[in-house]
Design a protein around this ligand. Sequence first.
Ligand SMILES: [Zn+2]
Length: 442
Amino acid sequence: MLSNRLKYLFLNLVSIFLLFSITAFGQSDSYKQYSFDRKVVIVIDPGHGGSDVGKPRSKSYYKHESDLNLDIAFRLGGYLEERVKNVEVKYTRKTDRTVSLEERVNYANSVKADYFISIHCNSLSNKSYHGTQVHIQSKKFQTSYALAKQIDQDFIRAGRKSRGIRERSDRGHNLQVIQYTEMPGVLVECGFMSNAKEEAYLNSGKGQTYIASALFRAIRDFENKRPRPQADRRYPYYRVQIGSTTNPTADLKSKKIKNLKMKVDPQKEGKVYSLLVGREYEKKVADQLAKTIRKKGFKDAYVRKFDAPKPKPVTPKKVEVPAVKEAKVAVVNTTATKDTTNSSKQNDKLADLHFYRIQIMSSVDDVDLNKREFKVLGYPVFLFYDEESKNAYKYQVLVGKTYSKEEAQKILASVRQKGFPDAFIVTVLENQARKPHKQLLP
Ligand SMILES: [Zn+2]
């Protein structure tokens, strides 16, 4: 028989035990723990913020789009962190501050996110429109597309009206954050603020919970889905080269470039920087972009194709240049040197003396110049290798060498016709000229 005191202690222990197990049970019941098979980094991007409120609220007791996006983003991130193991949630912003689209993209790329989820709320002049939309860059991106479908289905399960999945061609324009991020990504329009009922829903705790938990379930179930959808294939892609320069810092400040109102990326290729804009996954869209840019004064703008970087060859191939052809090159070089050294005046000016070559391609891998495509050009073809280039495309194939811009233009026209429509003229400073890695002489 237990003493009263012991009985009391015993009962207390029982109740503490019960309390613990109820709590533990209760927790495991409502917050079932999930785990991803791998460590997954998710970047959540609450759209707008700071000076950019997005769609403004219609009533003072509602929130602007930027704040609604942040609310939903936090709820989604909270669910993921609380209920899923092996996940790391990161935000492009956690407060009401201005973040540029470029910063958002760079951030997601720099943390090597596995998924990029941009949160927005929609609006339209037609106030009857309501429902959700999931935007992706392209249906060709199989992972992004599959994730979008999962989100769309989970929205429908949560009782939302689906306004479908939109890719670039449906929209007719790009969404920078899913255009330039390198991981599977979606931009979710959670509902229409322009619709009175839906604006109230977006501002309500219930609405935000439904939206965030639908997104949460979609990501959770998608990540562990088997079989996995094929990885996004983001190559080839196309960019428009608007020019090249040896001084990108100064050039980017020029009025002409500023007027373009596009993000211009200088990309070091050999001694010069190529100025690149846009990133399209369909050639015809890139062609259209080039056309628009040419109309804005960049008459020589043209489309370049970028293929997937391949792993570096383990052993570099030996330079294969037939002896006879080498001799011919020597003649070309001597002529060039003669031209510049004959007069001492010209010699003084050697520092800013430049010549032209035509760049026809760049490559991640070593290039075999003894191919028909190069032989038919009828000009000397040079392969340059830039060990220090930060770009994966360390090999460049250039054609000809001339001190006359006119002649360069002639060669350009010729090689473009002979199978290199994206060729362009490169200006090389004489004192910075490099030795080719390989060469082919006609
Ligand atoms: Zn928005």
